[in-house]
Design a protein around this ligand. Structure first.
Ligand SMILES: O=P(O)(O)OC[C@H]1O[C@](O)(CO)[C@@H](O)[C@@H]1O
Length: 337
């Protein structure tokens, strides 16, 4: 496969699931603190990868959960943030200033801070009470962070008596790295065809919901806009009919990310509409991807990793077809703002 190193990918994803015992030990300690609420904090891609966990906690637990953008939290504060809050934050570089500052702010309030990083010596790690480190890069960060977050969040719900199948789930998670490679292999030709067809497309609408809303926001902003300089809008399937609908044209590129959670009918409603009025609808459906070691009832938790692993193939081909490296920036960390 184009620009893909199997061994590196397996090493990173196995590194994430291999943190299981460290995560369980930390979560057991944290649970003893009688946590009242959970804050999921990040910036850009790292808040986007938290949104599925806001969804998972809302739909599986009675504990209040808040997904907060780091810079916004810093200026407005949060009355629910206390010494009984569990804060989960992440930064691959460990140096994104507003994320690091938000972790420090939460710690000053007495909250317990978990930091997920690529390197345990970075500022976010130093600002956290519990650190999970797994080296990754932009092409693997969603898989790495999502797998760790699944272990953290579902173990926490297990300790609260809200997810009794955690041990089985965590055992089965170990099979995911190999499945993801097989999914990439299956989808690579389709990803290449998409990149060839849409390399000069000026605008894409991306629609997602539930577990995949964060991914939809991430792919539009952090990949198409940031890494490819292509205009893109992320639209929640439930909101599609409340505005965006009026822009649909026969030649409008519309990308649908379909997951396997309770919100799937919202995506099906959008699909029925857009396939009638646009000839350029591309569907990436988590249901199409085999996860042999995973019990069907756990599949909804993995939509983000399967879709992200496929879209990494799309990004790899877009970069080549458009002759625009995914790493090129003209402003981000280049100029001051
Ligand atoms: O994970 P880090 O190193 O904090 O980087 C966050 C940055 O990376 C991105 O997620 C993608 O480049 C941006 O949206 C965000 O600003």
């Amino acid at each position: 496969m184009l620009n893909f190193d199997r061994q590196r990918f397996i090493g990173i994803t196995k590194g994430a699931v291999g943190l299981r015992s460290q995560i369980e030990q930390a979560v057991d300690e944290i649970t003893k603190k009688q946590i009242d609420n959970v804050f999921l904090i990040g910036s850009g891609g790292t808040i986007a990868i938290k949104y599925p966990f806001e969804y998972i906690i809302k739909t599986h637990s009675s504990i209040p959960v808040y997904a907060e953008i780091a810079a916004e939290l810093l200026v407005e504060g949060h009355k629910q943030l206390t010494d009984k809050s569990l804060v989960i934050t992440s930064s691959l570089s460990g140096t994104t200033q507003e994320t690091v500052d938000a972790a420090k702010f939460c710690r000053e309030k007495g909250a317990t801070v978990i930091g997920i990083v690529g390197d345990a010596t970075t500022p976010l790690a130093q600002a956290s009470d519990y650190v999970f480190a797994n080296a990754a890069a932009n092409d693997t960060l969603v898989e790495s962070f999502h797998l760790q977050l699944l272990l953290i969040v579902l173990k926490f719900l297990n300790n609260r008596g809200e997810f009794d199948k955690y041990a089985l789930f965590a055992d089965q998670l170990a099979t995911v790295p190999e499945s993801l490679v097989a999914i990439k292999e299956k989808e690579d030709a389709r990803a290449e065809a998409f990149a060839k067809k849409y390399k000069d497309e000026k605008y894409h609408m991306l629609v997602g919901s539930g577990n995949l809303w964060g991914w939809t926001y991430l792919y539009a902003m952090c990949v198409l806009e940031e890494m490819q300089w292509i205009h893109a809008k992320s639209i929640h399937a439930a909101e599609f009919f409340h505005g965006t609908i009026e822009l649909v044209e026969k030649d409008m590129s519309i990308i649908l990310f379909k997951g396997e959670d309770a919100t799937r009918p919202l995506m099906e409603r959008v699909e029925r509409f857009v396939t009638q009025y646009s000839d350029e609808v591309t569907i990436f459906d988590a249901k199409d991807y085999a996860l042999d070691g995973i019990h069907p009832e756990f599949r909804e938790f993995l939509s983000t990793v399967t879709i992200a692993t496929v879209m990494e193939r799309v990004s790899a081909h877009l970069e080549v077809q458009r002759n625009h490296p995914l790493t090129t920036r003209r402003y981000y960390r280049v100029v001051k703002y």
